[in-house]
Design a binder for this molecule. Structure first.
Ligand SMILES: N[C@@H](CCC(=O)N[C@@H](CS)C(=O)NCC(=O)O)C(=O)O
Length: 232
């Protein structure tokens, strides 16, 4: 049985990590039986120091891209078989845009903003005993804010970051248009990625400007809700 190592439920999300939600959605869309092991301490066991990772018997695979490649190969997943080579190329690049760009907007909206940080702090670290519940979030936030600076997004103004996020929401909305899924009539790997990210803005129980920007696109809201209704 595949075991998916995750953080665990928070803010009305199966998991607050878009990469974990991506794998969770992929497993459901591909109809692969799995078990979730939710625990913030999973990070310490993660082969690359990040979640998600999966185990399959004695094999351990880290990173959502390599997890999907492993699952696709092992279970002969056909989710992408109806995509043309051009669609497969576009789907790959669109997935990278979410993984490598929109992700940092999500990180900014949750970890850098003073209105959302207290919620994140409580959800992720609130159950820790004193004094860990004070020290660990302080150190973790410092690390995340440093990563935002090094990656570069954190050097933009707040308004510029909203513009960057909204450009992605707008582009996704235009590509999706009135379809149920991004490419053909059934979900492909990119739909697992898109849902993993968009649901983090649209159905998350956090009120903030960035989430409002995403919720302005009614087709993206319907998209997330349809996937929730069908697979969750
Ligand atoms: N490239 C990785 C990214 C995973 C990732 O960034 N996970 C974050 C949570 S959303 C994490 O574990 N961060 C912990 C850390 O960096 O210490 C993937 O696709 O799985």
């Amino acid at each position: 049985m595949i075991k998916l190592y995750s953080f665990g439920r928070a803010f009305n999300m199966i998991d607050p990590s878009p990469f974990i939600l991506k794998i969770d959605a992929y497993l459901r869309m591909a109809n692969i039986p799995y078990e979730t092991i939710p625990d913030v301490n999973n990070l310490r066991k993660a082969p690359k120091g990040k979640l998600p990772f999966i185990t399959d018997g004695d094999k351990t695979i880290g990173d959502s891209q390599f997890i999907i490649a492993y699952l696709q190969d092992k279970f002969q997943v056909e989710l992408d078989s109806s995509l043309s080579p051009e669609q497969q190329g576009l789907a790959y690049l669109m997935g990278k845009a979410l993984d490598e760009d929109l992700y940092w907007c999500l990180v900014y909206s949750r970890w850098a903003k003073d209105d959302t940080w207290p919620l994140v702090k409580k959800a992720l670290f609130g159950s820790m005993p004193f004094p860990l519940k004070v020290i660990v979030p302080f150190v973790a936030r410092k690390g995340v804010l440093g990563a935002l600076q090094k990656q570069g997004l954190g050097r933009h103004s707040e308004e510029e970051i909203y513009t960057i996020a909204d450009k992605s929401f707008h582009a996704l909305s235009e590509v999706l248009a009135d379809k149920t899924y991004f490419f053909n009539n059934s979900p492909c790997t990119f739909d697992a990625t898109a849902f993993g990210f968009l649901d983090q803005f649209i159905n998350v129980e956090i009120d903030c400007k960035m989430n409002d920007l995403a919720k302005n696109y009614s087709n993206l809201v319907d998209y997330c809700n349809n996937i929730r209704a069908k697979y969750y």
